[in-house]
Write a protein that binds this ligand. Structure first.
Ligand code: UDX
Length: 458
């Protein structure tokens, strides 16, 4: 892979000074989920000695064996290569990070079970477990997405448990499916610090990335924390905006795909994140919006983020709208109707099914009595674990067999390359509903299918 080859060679073009500091600095990464595993592997690929720490022994054993606990293009190959250098290892024992100088905290901050707020248990327990092993002058760098004010609180905790260490915040903007690229060639590096020394350590760590011309933004701790949630809120707003336009287009007999294309030519708007459909899901956007609203409420600024409630509501409504379309075409009573669902992951190039719009829709149709068959190139194992009562088809032809309706809910490339004539022979009724506005309407119609998409007139 070109990108892998490029960044694997990176240490060769580092200045002699950078090479020396890379040899000197040792890093640890606490939490080896999506963010942490990617960060550990990518930092190792820049030449650092890295130890990844996780409380889950199975995950640690997998990683030490060269296997990733999730699917991310190119990352498993890079993991194997870095393990072979001897510079990267994983452990459950915090004592193994005692020799590191910089500690990246990458643990999860999921939504609490009983409120919109983020659960900070893992981050607090990581800092507590880390503290006894921090050597003098070391830097703890938070990367997890946290409610504003958390970093300052953790800094105060560290001041009493490990005054020899400093704390910085360095939010991460990586997208699943592009994790290596977003880590090694990010569109900006944002750091929240309270000292020049912390900034210069981070400049040293990221020297190879800064050398690519990556914008470097120094902020205070609360601003750095807010940058992340503000960015995710903006992205979610853009998606819900176009989905609101899709609702209006449906009412006015207009076409949201043409509308999105037309407004996107204005450089102030841009074409990205204007793909109308069943909306956003995943482990970040939905929970970050909600935690942001909850935190604003605590700060007495809830009115400022009231609009995010509507963004969330539009997003959830998009899931309902696709079910309404199914009822319109298949009939109000879905009992015994066979529905083929293309896609289970919350987006393509990922096996992540957290808050997946596709699976939410599948579960609702199942509850309404429909017989559901779900296909996904990568996410079936995770989908089965989360929804054991649904039916899954690992062979795509089995998914289409005898379907009264086909729903396209995650826009994997292979769904745009189907033999439309051949699959028409498998279904009971050639009806396709495109929940992602990613299929070629004319091609499907020419092949004899009834085609409907969200936000487009028929
Ligand atoms: C997001 C942010 O993009 C990233 O910067 C942050 O670090 C983590 O959260 P990710 O969750 O990987 O990344 O997914 P993203 O590519 O942002 O997509 C989020 C959801 O929005 C997906 O469900 C996707 O299908 C949906 N989406 C995206 C749309 O419905 N329409 C669009 O136009 C774009």
């Amino acid at each position: 892979m070109k990108i892998l080859a490029e960044h694997l060679n990176r240490s060769f073009w580092l200045s002699p000074a950078s090479r020396l500091s890379i040899m000197k600095l040792r890093l640890s990464v606490i939490g080896t989920g999506y963010l942490g595993a990617t960060h550990a592997v990518c930092m190792s690929s820049l030449g650092y000695n890295v130890v990844g720490i996780d409380h889950d022994p199975e995950k640690v054993a997998m990683l030490n064996d060269g296997h990733l606990p999730m699917y991310e293009p190119g990352l498993e190959e890079l993991l194997k290569e870095q393990l072979a250098t001897g510079k990267l290892s994983f452990s459950t024992d915090f004592a193994d990070l005692a020799t590191a100088d910089v500690h990246f905290v990458c643990v999860g901050t999921p939504q609490m079970k009983d409120s919109l707020a983020a659960d900070l248990t893992y981050i607090e327990s990581s800092i507590a477990a880390l503290s006894p092993h921090l050597k003098s002058g070391s830097l703890v760098v938070g990367k997890s997405t946290v409610p504003v004010g958390t970093a300052q609180h953790l800094r105060e905790t560290l001041a009493s448990t490990a005054p020899q260490a400093d704390l910085a915040w360095n939010p991460e903007f990586l997208r699943e499916g592009f994790a290596i690229e977003d880590t090694l060639r990010p569109n900006r590096l944002v750091i929240g610090v309270t000292s020049d020394r912390a900034e210069s350590i981070l400049r040293e760590v990221y020297a190879p990335i800064i050398a690519l011309g990556t914008p470097w933004i120094r902020a205070d701790l609360p601003t750095a924390e807010l940058v992340k949630v503000a960015a995710n809120s903006f992205l979610a707003t853009k998606i819900s905006f176009i989905n609101a336009m899709a609702e209006v287009c449906e009412a006015a007999n207009a076409d949201v795909t043409i509308l999105a294309n037309a407004i996107g030519y204005d450089p102030r708007i841009g074409h990205k994140f204007l793909q109308a459909g069943i909306g956003f899901g995943g482990g970040c956007l939905p929970k970050d919006l909600r935690a942001f609203m909850a935190r604003a409420g605590e700060l007495g600024a809830s009115q400022a983020l009231e609009f995010l409630r509507e963004i969330d509501a539009i997003n959830l409504r998009a899931r309902q709208r696709v079910i309404d379309v199914v009822r319109k075409f298949v009939g109000d009573d879905l009992t015994g109707k066979t529905i083929a669902i293309l896609g289970a992951a919350f987006k393509p190039e990922s096996d992540d099914v957290r808050d997946s719009p596709a699976l939410d829709i599948a579960a609702q149709l199942h509850t309404a009595g429909a017989l559901i068959k779900i296909h996904d190139p990568k996410a079936l194992v995770n989908a089965k674990k989360r929804f054991p009562l649904l039916s899954f088809a690992s062979n795509i032809n089995d998914c289409f067999k005898d379907a009264d309706c086909v729903l396209h809910l995650t826009e994997w490339r292979e769904y745009r390359q189907l033999d439309l004539e051949q699959i028409r022979g498998l279904v009971k009724n050639p009806l396709i509903i495109d929940g992602r506005n990613a299929l070629d309407r004319e091609a499907w119609r020419t092949a004899g299918w009834t085609f409907h998409a969200l936000g487009r007139s028929d």
